[in-house]
Design a protein around this ligand. Sequence first.
Ligand SMILES: N[C@@H](CCC(=O)N[C@@H](CSC=O)C(=O)NCC(=O)O)C(=O)O
Length: 284
Amino acid sequence: MTMTENLEPISSNKSFGGWHKRYRHRSRALDCEMEFAIYLPPQAETERVPLLWWLSGLTCTDENFMQKAGAHRVAAELGIAIVCPDTSPRGTDLPGEHDSYDFGSGAGFYVNATQEPWKQHYRMYDYVAEELPSVVRQHFPLNGREAISGHSMGGHGALILALRRPGHYRSVSAFSPIVNPSQCPWGRKAFREYLGDDPGAWTQYDACELVAKGASSQHLFIDQGEADQFLEEQLRPERLEAVCEEQDHPLTLRRQPGYDHSYFFIATFIEDHLRYHAEHLHKQ
Ligand SMILES: N[C@@H](CCC(=O)N[C@@H](CSC=O)C(=O)NCC(=O)O)C(=O)O
């Protein structure tokens, strides 16, 4: 039996003929109250529309992308809904949870934690793969076709979800993703705390490792700014490029001169990503 989930409306704003709406709900996967945002294009008034998942990066909520990326105009033209989940459980106040920008609140890393005290709440993989999709399917006019994208930690989330769920998303793209979290400071810090000391448990959440294992043949479309302040220490797209070449895995990696890690970069190229996803989402 499927239970209908209750959604508490937070806000609603008309945007480019469609609607940007925010909701609160009780998450069973995360055992806390969560907020999320959806953009419904004008076409959703009369028909079921396809859905793009957007996963945000460290320190973000559901609001950063919706307010800064400038995605609504093109999503309205293309008839695509966009859902932005939050980036971690909220309101839990676990010890140390709010002490740093790259771990705990705002930094769920899209994994299911196995370690205390995180494992009761930090199950963002299940939340984004299963629970929130079931909630939005119940409440909004969606046609079942889905794509996924994200930025930085959210780019990592988009890549691992697509690689682990072959055939589920019609397309995947990412901006400045953390492609090899097991081997960079952000990822190692988070994975050690959430998943324990054994790096063997980390590989299921690492895009480079998943491609190396031949997890899926999904084409990966990535934009990376060459002036990104996190490029050398955290992001290292050349590692994904190398493993994709070894495995003959389809990858389009665009290096964009002069662009940094910010939402100015995302806003510049989001139209390309939306049109790429629309091609796959509208294909018969
Ligand atoms: N120290 C900075 C780092 C935070 C930051 O740059 N966050 C990015 C994502 S980084 C990888 O996941 C971001 O999207 N920030 C939100 C925004 O609206 O720009 C800090 O604490 O600011």
